[in-house]
Design a protein around this ligand. Structure first.
Ligand SMILES: [Zn+2]
Length: 285
C-alpha cells in the first residue's frame, strides 16, 4: 500500500507540473505513466522474492543449515520454512565474495546469511539494506586486510562487512561459548542504521532506550571489574557493548537471563525474540 501511495504522489506531482504547462490531458497521462514506472521500479525486489519463493529450497543448503546452525535446527517446521526463505532472499540480494571479488563456497554464504537472519528473525518484514558488500577472508586479517592480523570481522561505517571464514565457522561450531562473529557484525550493521554505531540501534523500542543506556553503563563497569557475564571487549565502547551482548543473547540466552535479567529483557524486547525460552524447549544436545 505504501508503495502505491508513494507512486501516486510522485505521479501526481509529475503530472501536475506538466499539466500546468501543457494542459490537463498531458498532465494526467504523464502522471499515470510515472506512477506505473515507480511501482515497477520499486516492486522489482518483491517480484524477485515471489519468484524465489516458488522454487524449492536447495536440499544441499538445507543440509548445511542442519549441520551448522543450531538455531535453525531447533525451529519447528513452519519456522524452518520461513528461515529458509529469509536465507534465500539474503543470499540472492546481497553481494557475498572473497577478496577482490573471488567466488566463495555456498557453505560460507549460508553461514553469513544465517547470522543475518537469526538476528532479525523476530522482526518480520525487516529488510537489510543492499548497500554493503560482504567480503570473506580465509583467515583473520589486519587493518590493511592483509593476512595475519587478529581481526575476525569488521563493519565499516559506509562500506563493506568483512569476515574471516575461520572465525565465522568457529562461531557456529563453538559450544555456545558466547562468541559468534556473525551475530556480532550484524549487530553492528543494525546499530549503524542511523549513520553511526552508538550501542542503541534505531529499531530499539523507544521506551527501552533509557533503561538500556543505564544497564549498558552499569554493566560496563562490571565488565571492567571482571564481574560480568559479558567478555572484556564489551567495555571498549557502546557499539561493542551492544554487539557482545547480542552474541551472548543468542549464544547463551539462559546464562544471560540468569546473570543479568534486565539486560536480557531489554534485548528480548529489541529483537522481538525469546531465545532463553526456546533453549529450554530445545532437546538437550
Ligand atoms: Zn565489534
Amino acid at each position: 500500500m505504501r508503495l502505491w501511495g508513494l507512486s501516486l504522489a510522485i505521479g501526481t506531482l509529475a503530472g501536475g507540473l506538466l499539466g500546468l504547462r501543457f494542459g490537463w490531458i498531458t498532465g494526467v497521462a504523464v502522471g499515470v505513466v510515472s506512477a506505473l514506472g515507480v511501482v515497477f521500479f520499486l516492486g522489482r525486489r518483491d517480484r524477485r522474492r515471489e519468484a524465489l519463493e516458488k522454487a524449492p529450497f536447495p536440499e544441499a543448503w538445507r543440509a548445511t543449515l542442519e549441520e551448522w546452525v543450531d538455531y535453525y535446527r531447533d525451529l519447528d517446521e513452519p519456522e524452518k520454512r520461513r528461515f529458509e526463505q529469509e536465507v534465500r532472499w539474503f543470499v540472492d540480494e546481497q553481494v557475498i565474495t572473497g577478496p577482490r571479488g573471488a567466488e566463495v563456497e555456498d557453505e560460507l554464504k549460508l553461514l553469513v546469511a544465517a547470522s543475518a537472519v537469526v538476528v532479525m528473525f523476530g522482526r518480520r518484514g525487516f529488510r537489510y539494506p543492499k548497500l554493503r558488500d560482504i567480503v570473506i577472508y580465509d583467515r583473520s586479517f589486519d587493518e590493511e586486510y592483509g593476512d595475519g592480523g587478529n581481526i575476525l570481522g569488521m563493519v565499516h561505517g559506509q562500506g563493506p562487512i568483512l569476515f574471516s571464514a575461520r572465525s565465522l565457522r568457529q562461531g557456529f561450531r563453538g559450544e555456545h561459548d558466547g562468541h559468534n562473529v556473525g551475530y556480532h557484525e550484524f549487530a553492528h550493521v543494525l546499530d549503524f542504521d542511523q549513520g553511526r554505531a552508538d550501542g542503541v540501534p534505531g529499531f530499539m523500542p523507544w521506551a527501552a532506550v533509557h533503561p538500556w543506556l543505564k544497564v549498558m553503563h552499569d554493566e560496563t563497569s562490571r565488565v571492567e571489574r571482571g564481574r560480568s557475564v559479558l567478555r572484556q571487549y564489551a567495555a571498549k565502547n557502546e557499539a561493542e557493548f551492544f554487539a557482545v551482548a547480542t552474541e551472548m543473547f543468542f549464544e547463551r540466552p539462559e546464562k544471560l537471563q540468569q546473570e543479568q535479567p534486565e539486560l536480557y529483557a531489554l534485548l528480548e524486547e529489541t529483537y522481538g525474540q525469546h531465545p532463553a525460552e526456546r533453549a529450554k524447549r530445545a532437546p538437550k544436545k
